[in-house]
Design a binder for this molecule. Structure first.
Ligand SMILES: [Zn+2]
Ligand SMILES: [Zn+2]
Length: 277
């Protein structure tokens, strides 16, 4: 199985447990690598995100990394909101994510509740979910080109509440073209696409981000992929990983990215397929 997860949250942003508690859970699950990626400071979401001074967060991660280095490799990352980007040379990787769309001088969340999304679509896009999705991908393409995160988080998060095409048609030509244009712009930066298993782990909808048609495009273009569970609860650290390995294999991927001994590496997906579960 995959024993590396670089997308995790702690109580320093919106996770439920302390960082050390997450380390202990990762050890119990046999992980070799654990990356912390709490949410970058976001002024309009302060209660869910890191403070503007991320120094103590980084030092806390480095201290844990030193204390547990004989048992697990702890990596210091961040999940950066594209519209509230933070950086520090001590960060070992950045997950670039868009959870909001701009409206006026502010933002609205696309992944909090269907009601908030609907309100935003009504107020900003005149009720057109298709226009919101197109704008999301247009922004994402420029976000990734501008900030060049090492990992591109939950690429098509805009469809989180789009069950039964409630807001836009995921099979429509315009939607697919917008998504794939953004995927090409993002992939050409060398960023690693995250296969985000959070919906599977939390038993919400049986979907990964990104959708299969985007994964096929990623495969055709040879862009790298990494599996992350986006765990806010350490009991879900490896939630959905076996399913993600199988999905990648079925689509045709034969390698997957992991972090090992200080850097990203490609591993043979078959090894993880054999040992999954
Ligand atoms: Zn996220
Ligand atoms: Zn996250």
């Amino acid at each position: 199985m995959i024993r590396c997860n670089l997308h995790t949250h702690t109580d320093r942003s919106d996770g439920i447990c302390s960082a050390e508690h997450v380390v202990i859970a990762a050890l119990e699950k046999g992980f070799r690598t654990l990356g912390f990626s709490d949410h970058s400071h976001t002024p309009w979401l302060e209660q869910y995100t890191l403070p503007s001074d991320i120094g103590p967060y980084i030092l806390g991660n480095l201290e844990l990394a030193a204390r547990y280095r004989d048992r697990i490799e702890i990596v210091c990352g961040i999940e950066n909101e594209f519209d509230s980007w933070q950086d520090d040379e001590r960060l070992q990787y950045r997950i670039g994510s868009r959870h909001c769309l701009p409206i006026g001088d502010g933002h609205f969340l696309i992944d909090e509740t269907p009601e908030l999304l609907e309100q935003g679509i009504n107020d900003r896009y005149g009720g057109s979910g298709a226009a919101a999705a197109a704008d999301y991908y247009r922004l994402l393409a420029s976000d990734v080109s501008r900030h060049r995160p090492e990992i591109i988080g939950h690429f098509d998060l805009i469809r989180k509440f789009n069950r039964s095409s409630r807001f836009f048609d995921e099979n429509g030509t315009a939607y697919r073209r917008a998504a794939l244009e953004a995927a090409e712009a993002a992939g050409s930066t060398g960023g690693i696409f995250e296969i985000n298993t959070s919906n599977i782990a939390r038993k919400r909808r049986h979907i990964f981000y990104p959708a299969d048609f985007i994964l096929r495009f990623i495969l055709e273009h040879g862009y790298p992929v990494i599996i992350g569970s986006d765990a806010h609860d350490p009991s879900l650290l490896s939630g959905g990983f076996s399913e993600a390995v199988l999905r990648l294999w079925d689509i045709g991927f034969r390698s997957v990215t992991v972090w090992k001994n200080g850097c990203f590496r490609q591993e043979d997906l078959a090894e993880h397929l054999i040992n999954h579960g």
